[in-house]
Every structure is written in C-alpha cells, then in structure tokens.
Design a protein around this ligand. Structure first.
Ligand code: AHG
Ligand code: MN
Ligand code: MN
Length: 337
C-alpha cells in the first residue's frame, strides 16, 4: 500500500527540524483542522443541513450575515476554545476579541479568522472557505485585548485556508513554504497532495471585480486597460479573466497555476469611509503570508500588505497579490502615479 503523509505526520516531521520546537504546534493545528472538517461537512450537506439562507442579523461591518456565517463562527470557536492552546480569538463576525472562557486553560497563541469566506456563494453551491492566522500572544498578557492582535502580518507564525470546493483542501504555511492537503473522506484525514506550492512568476490570468471599473484609480485603470487590449495593446499578448467572488477560491487558483488577484481601493470604497474591501487581519494578512511563501507578492499599491501596522480589528486594506512580475509592474504603475 502506498504510504500517505497526513497533515499531522507532516507537522510532526517538520517540527523535528527545529530542536527548540515543543511539538505543541501539532496539537494547535489539529484543533483548527477539526473545525474545518466539521465546516466541510456542513457546507457539503448544503440545504440538507438547513444551513443556507440569510440570518436576521448584521455583523459589526454592517454586512447582512448568512446563517452559515454565524454557524461557522460558532463551530470554529467551539472546536478550539477548550484546548488550552489559545489565549484569545478575533473573528470577522464578532465585534470584539473573544476571550477564552474562564473554565479553560490559556495558551500562548492568538488566532484571527474569517470563518466563512465567500458568503455570497453559499446559497448557489459555489466554493467557499475558511481563512485563519496564528500569532504568538505576548508573554506578559493573560487577557488579550484588541491591542494584542494589532500586529503586522510579518509576525504571523502560521496562516492557512481551507477551501470547500469540489474537493476540500487545506493550504498552510508556517514560514517555510506552502503545502496543500486534500481531505480524504474515507480515512477522515487531510493528506499531502500539493507539496511545496509555488506561484509561477509570469501569468496571463487576472482576477478583479470589473463592475467597479468606473471607480478605480488611475494606476489600476491603466494596468487593466493594457491587459484588456490584448495582443494589439502595449503588452502584446492575450490575457484571460476569472472571478469567483470567494477570495479563498480565487487565491487558490493562482497558487495552483499562477495569476493575480486584485481588490484595489477605489472611489466608491473611499466614499464609504473604508480603506479597502478586504479585511487585514482575517483575509489580507494570512493570504499574503501564503502568497509570499509561495514566491508571489502581496502589496497595497503603496506598501507590502504584511508591513501595514494595523489600527483596528476590522480594518480593511487594498490587496494586489499573485504572480511576482505582474504585481511588480502594477506597483511600478502606482509609483509613477
Ligand atoms: P466574506 O464572504 O468573508 O465577506 O468575503 C467576501 C470577500 C472575498 O472573499 C471576495 O473576494 C470579495 O469579498 C468579493 O467581493 P465582491 O462582492 O466585490 O465580488
Ligand atoms: Mn472573507
Ligand atoms: Mn466571511
């Protein structure tokens, strides 16, 4: 029988490369894995599990919540709060930091998460996902507050996403490359299927919500116009476009075959008093860590996403990420103004 590398085996073997590692991280990730397996099951059951449709609530960002946004947030919390690995959590769906209940021991990590990314796709049976980011909790902090979570993405110790697509996949980085695991339902384990994922430096595929075109700023307009002009334009080649509407799905595609994913700042977003569309702590930072570890770039147009100093839990940022050579060109257009 062919041997398989499960996610747990992979992490244990990885930790052996670091003599100072305590082995604790295997257990830390295991809790997250259990949460994602439970969510995979719910997403997969769809209408049968009575989880589709809108809830009657809005989240702190004024967005209409779906039933599954709330359920997945609860599943995530329930799966990891008891374990003693975390000192606190912050989620896209909760206004404030979630403290670990008194009856459970405190751990040395903080976790931020987007429990269900791609909410608008839930009811139409299109891929959605979960995104998470793990930070070390400052040593002297017993009860973490929002301040303790406001750290640049460069301080992440681990980031990952789970894509509930035609297959369920977990993609992870712990700062030494990116690896992808596929859920084998027969044995209930994530199995290493995409070792050492690397984003090709060049691409002819881009992802952007083109319905915002009239609001874009000049550098983005110029860049996309050149792509759309194809062979006859400045770039002298054809480009193709894809937009799923779930960041997890769109970024997974570029990790598999190259591409760029853009959610720039635009006049409409500015008029709403926001700094971007995507959330820094729950979406942009973890995905940027993964993309950079796979050889890609992630930038706001003015700075590296992972170097943005957060000022609020639910802060948003512009995101330009993916294949290195295209993102470099787009950054250059921003610098030229
Ligand atoms: P969420 O479902 O967690 O609110 O995130 C949705 C995000 C992201 O996943 C996606 O890329 C983007 O919003 C889609 O934006 P549009 O609605 O403009 O397509
Ligand atoms: Mn999201
Ligand atoms: Mn979400």
């Amino acid at each position: 029988m062919a041997s398989v590398t499960t996610l747990s085996k992979f992490i244990i073997e990885n930790e052996r490369n670091y003599p100072e590692a305590t082995g604790e991280f295997t257990a830390v990730l295991n809790d997250v894995v259990v949460a994602c397996k439970r969510l995979s099951d719910l997403v997969n059951m769809g209408a049968l599990a009575n989880v589709l449709g809108a809830a009657e609530t809005e989240n702190v960002q004024g967005e209409q919540q779906k039933k599954l946004d709330i359920i997945s947030n609860n599943v995530f919390i329930e799966s990891i709060e008891w374990s003693g690995h975390f000192a606190g959590m912050a989620s896209e769906e909760m206004e404030d930091v979630y403290p670990i209940p008194k009856e459970y021991p405190r751990g040395k990590y903080l976790i931020t998460f987007d429990p269900l990314d791609g909410s608008s796709n839930i009811d139409v049976n299109v891929s959605v996902g979960t995104i998470f980011s793990i930070l070390r909790c400052p040593d002297d902090v017993e009860e973490p507050t929002a301040e303790d979570f406001l750290r640049p993405g460069t301080e992440q110790v681990c980031a990952g996403y789970c894509l509930y697509g035609s297959a369920t996949m977990m993609v992870l980085t712990m700062g030494a490359g990116v690896n992808g695991f596929t859920l084998d339902r027969a044995i209930g384990e994530f199995v290493l299927t995409h070792p050492a994922m690397m984003i090709p430096q060049d691409t002819n595929e881009f992802a952007i919500n083109a319905s915002n075109q009239r609001h874009w700023e000049a550098p983005v307009k110029r860049y996309i116009d050149e792509l759309l002009a194809g062979k006859d334009g400045a770039r002298g080649q054809e480009f193709n476009m894809r937009w799923i509407g779930s960041m997890v799905g769109d970024v997974h595609r570029l990790l598999c075959r190259g591409g760029i994913f853009l959610y720039p700042i635009d006049e409409k977003i500015k008029a709403q008093g926001k700094e971007g569309r995507l959330r820094l702590l729950y979406e942009a930072n973890p995905m940027s860590f993964i993309v950079e570890q796979a050889g890609g770039l992630s930038h706001t147009g003015t700075e590296r996403v992972m170097e943005v100093q957060p000022h609020g839990l639910h802060q948003r940022v512009p995101v330009l990420m993916g294949s290195k050579n295209e993102i470099e060109r787009l950054i250059a257009y921003h610098q030229e103004g």
